[in-house]
Ligand binder design. Sequence first.
Ligand code: GLN
Length: 456
Amino acid sequence: ISVVEATKAQIERIKKEDQKYNCYVTVLEEEALARAQQVQALIDAGELKDSPLAGVPMAIKDNMCTKGALTTCSSKILGNFKPPYNATVVEKLEAAGAIIIGKLNMDEFAMGSTTETSFYGPTKNPWNVEHVPGGSSGGAAAAVAAEEAFYTLGSDTGGSIRQPSSFCGVTGIKPTYGTVSRYGLIAYASSLDQIGPIARNVSDCVAALEVISGYDKKDSTSVDTGEYKYTDALVDDVKGMKIGIPRGYIGKGLDEEVKNSILKAAKVLEEKGAIVEEFDMDIVDYAIPAYYVIASAEASSNLSRFDGVKYGYRTEDFNGLQDVYKKTRSEGFGMEVKRRMMIGAFVLSSGYYDAYYNKALKVKALIKEGFDKAFSKYDVILGPTAPSTALKIGENLSDPLKMYLGDIYTVSVNLAGLPAISLPCGMDSKGLPIGLQLIGKHFGEKDIIRAAYSFE
Ligand code: GLN
């Protein structure tokens, strides 16, 4: 099969299936077919021989800049935004011969856990369309589950790659902070955001991760580890590996069926020769409030750039500059984004800064310490990705606090800057997938990949 045929077939499938799921905000049909021809020519000329991504159709969450192609963040305010440049990950994918076929639906500005806050309507879970796909990278996870892309890129600020991967029965990796360049990723909370791959299995995820990672001078938080050969870790051998399960991760609040699947997965690792034990790591209790304070604070600052002057949507009817700002932002942002910006402005305001933002930073430092201590004993930390399987559409939309609490197992990983993978480990009695989370130490991607590969 030629690259053009494969690309056409994938786009046909999207046209047929996506009315049901709404994974895509934009399908780049013409661009992808033109690109497929070019990549075929390169392959015929003997180039791209060592690139496993060459000619494979894939898609990207709609918060990564694609030159000349709509990049909306699933928001009205960027509804007409065509960036003049590519994100570094896009450049890297193109150099590897990837065929980018479209841009994927998400929670508006990546704020949410259900993909219901998208201006372009919710994405549905391919396992059961009455359920959410998770979020914020819901389109990216659902597209892989519905075979509307071979693999995708998502972003993870507090779980947005791992939780939708868990809800959709696919595999997703959130790399160590600094591993993948954030250049061209529209910022939500810059100190927590990381781009990562979502795919049908660990091997595919790792192939994509290897391509997109690496030092980038355009991202001041990029770290040069000089060590990105993650495919080396695809070995079925966990003998002697030390795996810890924090008791707080399998205690109250966790769905029984999810808990049983997680413990069964731990048994599998144990039978393969890993040393598995439970331990205490209490600080998880404070992760959610600290995360929402820090993420909202950074968001309120990052999103001030959308003012109707420089980018995207501008209100039609206005009276002076102040009015442009006010109306554009009132009309252009959705409810959840406004809520976050108000929380963020509040916790940063004078008189409250120490009580909230500074305190949250202290909790963040303690969380990092807690993990450091755990990783002096364990190679990998194991637990669930989310406290339940996919919720019903609408179930949490009117109760943001309940939605925030669903991020209990994911947000601390971002606060500590650690790598983590979510992979499927069973089904509940409703036929919805359950996700297993494996967390590694800083730049310990290979440890979590090796442990995850045991299940492949
Ligand atoms: N659900 C979390 C939030 O709404 C995480 C989102 C994300 O990782 N982008 O902030």
